[in-house]
Write a protein that binds this ligand. Structure first.
Ligand SMILES: Cc1cnc(Nc2ccc(CC#N)cc2)nc1Nc1cc(C2CC2)[nH]n1
Length: 324
């Protein structure tokens, strides 16, 4: 069910918010603890509800940014949160508080923190089996959004959380840059983070659900190796690497037997958005479909016969691959 649109790419308006907006200080009901996240226009603090002792994350978002009233943008983020609160791998919205200067979103607390910390070795690295289990959950969440014509546009390890440090599940967060796609909408603006941004964004070409798929291809590569496939010495060099779309799988990062995950990554990192797989295609791919959640007690992994994307063979054999 998609909400009436205020403008082509925005959901929601103050009278369409399903939940109640409280106009009293949120600190009356929550004990504020340490800061756990900080964005350009928001700060996120861990907090505990006084009446229940339950932990939450309070996302405090300023209404005014660069002398511009951004209330509509915040209402859009709230609408996407409300739309997706029913999905197990999208963060849940609990309460909303409003003051003259900010909105405070009381969100589900994910104790495991960002998967970024596990990818870069700050916490125990993921095994390939763990990556497959978590990446499947990420794709289920993104597929849910795409089915509702919502593109996240800021998918990166810093916005993908775990509910627990040990055997946690995925929670996707931060819909602040998300857009609702409608037929006549061509969004052309630079968004997202250099390592994860899709080439069409850099070329000011239309954005689509495929834009998220590119970002997830990079996320998968990083979850498996801790290395970003397009990383350059500078931000500009990274962006230039993205526009070439050249991806290599060096032997020091990938085992030659890992053909299934490399095949999926290559299908997600196609330069032309029209050639990219969808979230549903990914969930059917051998690397993910042969795998049942460990909670099912059964793990079946179809042996991937040596189907290897022709592109990869050319890339790996050619000297063109330069690791930036
Ligand atoms: C333990 C923890 C550690 N680090 C972060 N980082 C983080 C990343 C992105 C955003 C950006 C957003 N939104 C905010 C914080 N969130 C945590 N728990 C959260 C965070 C949350 C909700 C999303 C705030 N629930 N549980």
């Amino acid at each position: 069910m998609s909400k009436a649109l205020l403008s082509p790419d925005r959901l929601g308006s103050v009278d369409e918010i399903r939940g109640e907006v409280f106009k009293v200080p949120w600190q009356n009901f929550f004990t504020v603890e340490d800061t756990i996240g900080r964005g350009k226009f928001a700060i996120v603090k861990k907090c505990v509800e006084k009446s229940t002792g339950k932990r939450f994350a309070a996302k405090c978002i300023r209404k005014r940014r660069h002398c511009r009233d951004c209330t509509q943008d915040i209402l859009h983020e709230i609408a996407v949160l409300e739309l997706s609160s029913s999905h197990p791998h999208l963060i849940d919205l609990y309460q909303i508080y409003e003051s003259s200067t900010e909105f405070v979103l009381i969100l589900e607390y994910a104790a495991g923190g960002e998967i970024f910390d596990y990818c870069v070795g700050l916490k125990d690295a993921f095994s390939e089996t763990k990556v497959r289990q978590l990446f499947r959950q990420i794709l289920e969440a993104v597929d849910f959004l795409h089915d509702r014509n919502i593109v996240h546009l800021d998918l990166k390890p810093q916005n993908i959380l775990l509910t627990d440090e040990k055997d946690g599940d995925i929670k996707l967060v931060d819909f602040g840059l998300s857009k609702h796609l409608s037929e006549n909408l061509e969004i052309r603006e630079i968004l997202g983070t250099p390592d994860y941004v899709a080439p069409e964004v850099l070329n000011f070409e239309p954005i689509s659900t495929s834009t998220d798929i590119w970002s997830l291809g990079v996320v998968c590569y990083v979850m498996l190796t801790g290395v970003s496939p397009f990383l350059g010495e500078t931000k500009i060099e990274t962006l230039m690497n993205v526009t070439t779309g050249v991806v290599d799988f060096p032997n020091d990062l990938f085992d030659e037997k890992q053909t299934a995950c490399k095949d999926l990554i290559l299908k997600m990192l196609q330069l032309d958005p029209q050639n990219r797989v969808t979230a549903k295609d990914c969930l059917q791919h051998t690397w993910l479909s042969g795998f049942l959640s460990p909670h099912d007690g059964v793990e079946r992994f179809a042996i991937q016969d040596n189907v290897f994307h022709d592109n990869a063979k050319n890339l790996l054999s050619s000297k063109k691959c330069s690791r930036s």
